[in-house]
Design a protein around this ligand. Structure first.
Ligand SMILES: Cc1ncc(COP(=O)(O)O)c(C=O)c1O
Length: 459
């Protein structure tokens, strides 16, 4: 029986990333409040937020310092834009802080309001820069299958997932996708992680040579793939990719929208994987998701081209109204202060072994083929046959079913096909991690019983 709120939801909303047809029957999960790593639905049921919202509420819910900061900034100056050279203290302070903590030398910061628009900015800067440099043919951007970079026209093109392309007439021409670096799923039998990484780097090089190196401008990658299934890269991957990019003068964009600010056990995933990048996209944990804000960090090589171009043609014609919103910037400054004061990276490293131990233990379950993570992010892959790695038919929805049972058990997590992700708020304690995985183990057992009852193992 659907609640009154659920009925009103169905009658009024088109939900992002939702099966719009089944939603009409199942209705929404209506959340009402949150505290720490817990959220509560409209009936008062408690859940551990095992996905930190959408990989973003690093400091958990009801953080009073962030609420106070937002309130104070709202009272002082709720809005001013930064077009035409206007500015404000929080935007400047945040940019200084970001430059200070950035994993590679950064010259300047360009603000936006979402991860998607940050990546659109990246695409536009790459195109603009190469026109400015007098090489208009050097425009192609290489992304990866299963990479996730957003949903706007350009960022959805970078995204390498079918549902973001089918019937949207995407990807745009000139955006290419190289192989997904998922050793469990795509390595040859017996192929080591290092050998697999070498093969992927060679494939990337072949693609560049096939397209013509003077037509390929940039490569974009998430340090850990998020929406593609919480996939950590194989050993040696980024080192080998870096070498190929350097050989052909190809700009490297790190999409740290999920991995930025402690998630992988370093302040940035770029550091965790030794990536030598030119620009970085940031969002989500930059404000612990208490306000929409994103940032593109660029090195001197990129910035100098933009300035030179302004000397020639005038205005840098890009940016949106809420770029550098003072409330968002003030919250971000406070968030970064809390991360440093409360040693969030150290905390992540301290609790990560418990997270990884419990995550990896899930691989003992009859339904789990792979369980792997880093820091406080990871994923499991549900399979029909652990020996052959044979998957269930996607349309049977076994992964989503386990997420449904997890919800019954008081845990919010997310299925991407039959991969299920865990990405709790970074403030989670060891005891809460144990509780989170206890709940998911119970959900997996219910899933196994359901799979058997449905006869899916034999099918
Ligand atoms: C790596 C990555 N890039 C970009 C985005 C898009 O961010 P947004 O949803 O804020 O547009 C996401 C969202 O999950 C992401 O995970």
């Amino acid at each position: 029986m659907l609640s009154n709120l659920a009925v009103r939801d169905i009658e009024t909303l088109v939900h992002p990333y939702t099966n719009l047809a089944t939603h009409r029957e199942t209705g929404p999960l209506v959340l009402e409040s949150g505290k720490g790593v817990y959220v509560y639905d409209s009936a008062g049921k408690e859940y551990i937020e095992g996905m930190a919202g959408l990989w973003c509420t690093a400091l958990g819910y009801s953080n009073q310092e962030l609420i106070d900061t937002a309130t104070e900034q709202m009272k002082k100056l709720p809005f001013t834009h930064i077009f035409g050279g206007r500015s404000h203290d929080p935007a400047i302070e945040l940019a200084e802080k970001l430059k200070e903590i950035a994993p590679v030398p950064i010259s300047k910061v360009f603000y936006g309001a979402s991860g998607s628009d940050a990546n659109d900015t990246q695409v536009k800067i790459v195109w603009y820069m190469n026109n400015a440099l007098g090489r208009p043919q050097k425009k192609k951007i290489i992304s990866r299958l299963k990479g996730y970079h957003g949903v706007t026209v350009a960022s959805a093109s970078l995204t390498g997932l079918p549902n973001n392309h089918i019937d949207f007439d995407l990807p745009l021409p000139g955006i290419l996708h190289t192989s997904c670096p998922h050793h469990y799923r795509f390595a040859e039998p017996g192929e080591s992680e290092q050998d697999y990484s070498s093969r992927l780097a060679a494939e990337l090089e072949e693609m560049i040579l096939r397209e013509g190196p003077d037509t390929v401008a940039a490569f974009i990658a998430e340090p850990v793939m998020g929406a593609g299934g919480a996939i950590t890269p194989p050993d040696g991957y980024f080192e080998k990719i870096n070498a190929v990019l350097a050989k052909y003068d190809i700009l490297f964009i790190s999409d740290e929208v999920i991995t930025g600010f402690g998630r992988t056990g370093n302040m940035f995933g770029t550091t965790t994987y030794g990536m030598n990048v030119d620009t970085i996209s940031l969002a989500k944990q930059i404000t612990s998701a208490y306000f929409p804000l994103s940032a593109v960090l660029m090195n001197d090589k990129v910035y100098e081209v933009l300035v030179d171009q302004s000397r020639k043609i005038g205005t840098f014609g890009h940016g949106n109204t809420y770029a550098g919103h003072p409330v968002g910037c003030a919250i971000a400054v406070k968030t970064l202060e809390i991360y440093q004061r409360d040693k969030i990276v150290e905390h992540t490293r301290k609790v990560s072994p418990t997270f990884l131990r419990r995550l990896e233990k899930l691989a003992e379950h009859p339904l789990v083929g792979e369980a792997r993570g880093v820091g406080l992010i990871g994923g499991v892959e549900i399979v029909k046959d652990k020996v052959t790695k044979a998957p269930f038919e996607t349309k049977k929805g076994v992964g989503p079913k386990s997420v449904f049972f997890a919800q019954e058990e008081g845990l919010i997590t997310r299925a991407m096909g039959d991969r299920v992700a865990f990405c709790p708020p970074l403030v989670i304690t060891e005891a809460e991690i144990e509780e989170m995985f206890d709940r998911y183990e119970r959900a997996l057992n219910k899933t196994l019983a359901w799979v058997k009852a449905e006869g899916l193992l034999a099918a």
